[in-house]
Write a new protein. Sequence first.
Length: 96
Amino acid sequence: MTNNKDRIVAQDIWILVTAHPDDESMFFIPTLRNLLSADPKEMGAGYCPGESPIIQVLCLSNGDYRDVADGTIRTQEIYKACSFIGIQNPQTIPKD
């Protein structure tokens, strides 16, 4: 929520949950780009009409299945991919 000249404006927070690093790139880039560039007035029913939504990415793995070093590399890749499309601070589990 943000305060806009003595009135509170609600803001949606949308979370994309993926299983593996790179899922956000391989499967969801078109969806994420459309959500990030959409006019809030055209978002449809169920959308909070205050401001554009905050979009976050939560990845349930850091990609270290084969090797612990892969987790570091894949975590960096998800940060770069999300930054490229305009999403800041993606989260991975286990925690980086």
